[in-house]
Design a protein around this ligand. Structure first.
Ligand code: PLP
Length: 365
């Protein structure tokens, strides 16, 4: 049987916003300001307002991969430096560290939240101090839409003079006691890849910070460091701009984003109500609001394949996220790992299964 419902239904959102998005694209085509045009600037301002306004600077860019690379480049990350991050995440999280010749140092996750375990982070920092590496930064990931334990991680970063990057690609808009990760992180990175909660119709990303000076450096780096003087670059940059036509689409999204997060939470509640007594469903800690990029169950070892097959027959698609933690992937297998092993990441990689999740998943499906 073919899938009766979509895992993520991009067309449903498009149907709701078509009367706004199509004229917005037409306007961008007409004014021909294709590179960092007015919609890019408008979207950066709207996004800063969504993230609480005030001092927040938004540097839009080309992807959720470029988004953490820009602050690491701006801070001068170099060979011999270490950046602590989970292995239970997209390769993009660690990739940007390796790009710059630095070392991703893999940290364990918490079994309940799937996010960085602060105890393991402390242990990794202590181990790193006994090596030749210089600890420089932490990248905490908001996996499946739930914010990492930023309060605890910020304290550890302060104690060890480390920059904190929030990889909020899946969790941009998630809150802890009403606050977004920018309240704790030096930098927040996000992606507008179509499957992400706040998305465009192609690739895009953004980096948020309250550090105006570093924001200016990142604005220069994203245009091959042409910021100060086009023919006298002082840093190695990249071409990492957000496309104006994607920005024209994105400008229409903040108005519906808060409502979409509410809708995702209502769907997660329905799943939890229906499944909570029979399956190991995700639990959101008190005070946290997730953006539910994924609704992810923990199955018994060996049980998820049959369960997924049965759901597929019933027209319900599923996904196994992160089936191989990064420390077991060829590129990253020789990088250091906290306590020489990540048993929780390894076990969960074999046990988790995600159900369809998007804001327009109809009742009764
Ligand atoms: C946690 C996380 N970080 C970074 C990325 C990279 O984002 P992009 O595909 O926009 O480069 C992804 C993409 O799936 C991700 O899930």
């Amino acid at each position: 049987m073919s899938d009766a419902i979509a895992f993520i239904d991009l067309a449903a959102q498009q149907d709701c916003l078509r009367d706004k998005i199509e004229p917005a694209i037409a306007r961008a085509l007409a004014h021909v300001g294709y590179i960092i045009g007015p919609e890019v600037k408008q979207f950066e301002a709207d996004m800063a307002a969504f993230a609480g306004g005030g001092e927040t600077q938004v540097v839009s860019n080309a992807s959720g991969t470029d988004a953490p690379a820009l602050p690491l480049m701006a801070c001068g990350l170099k060979p011999g430096d270490a950046v602590f991050c989970p292995a239970f995440t997209s390769a993009a999280t660690a990739e940007v560290v390796a790009w710059l010749g630095a070392v991703p140092y893999f940290v364990e996750i918490d079994e309940q939240t799937f996010n960085m375990d602060p105890g393991s982070l402390k242990q990794a920092i202590a181990e790193c101090a006994r090596s030749d590496l210089t600890p420089r930064a932490v990248i905490a990931v908001d996996l499946f839409g739930q914010a990492a334990d930023y309060e605890a991680i910020r304290v550890i970063c302060d104690e060890n003079n480390l920059k904190l990057i929030s990889d909020a690609v899946q969790g941009f808009g998630a809150t802890v006691n009403g606050k977004q990760s920018i309240e704790w992180a030096d930098f927040v990175s996000t992606s507008f890849f179509p499957a992400k909660p706040l998305s465009c119709s192609g690739d895009g990303g953004a980096t948020l910070t309250r550090d105006e000076e570093t924001a200016d450096i990142m604005r220069s780096l994203r245009v091959n460091d042409k910021g100060t003087h086009k023919y006298n670059t002082v840093r190695i940059g990249m071409n990492g701009r957000l496309d104006t036509i994607q920005a024209a689409i994105l400008v229409e999204k903040p108005a519906v984003f808060a409502d979409e997060i509410d809708r995702r939470n209502a769907i997660a509640d329905r799943y939890t109500e229906a499944l909570g007594d029979i399956l190991d469903v995700p639990r959101v800690p008190e005070g946290y609001v997730s953006t539910w990029a994924q609704y992810t169950l923990k199955m018994k070892v060996g049980a998820r394949e049959d369960f997924a097959a049965a759901l597929k027959d019933a027209g319900v698609p599923t996904a196994f996220y992160c089936p191989k933690p990064l420390n077991h992937q060829t590129t990253y297998e020789n990088f250091p790992v906290a306590a020489n092993g990540l048993p929780v990441s390894e076990e969960l990689s074999q046990r988790i299964l995600s159900l369809p999740m998007h804001p327009y998943l109809a009742e009764g499906v």
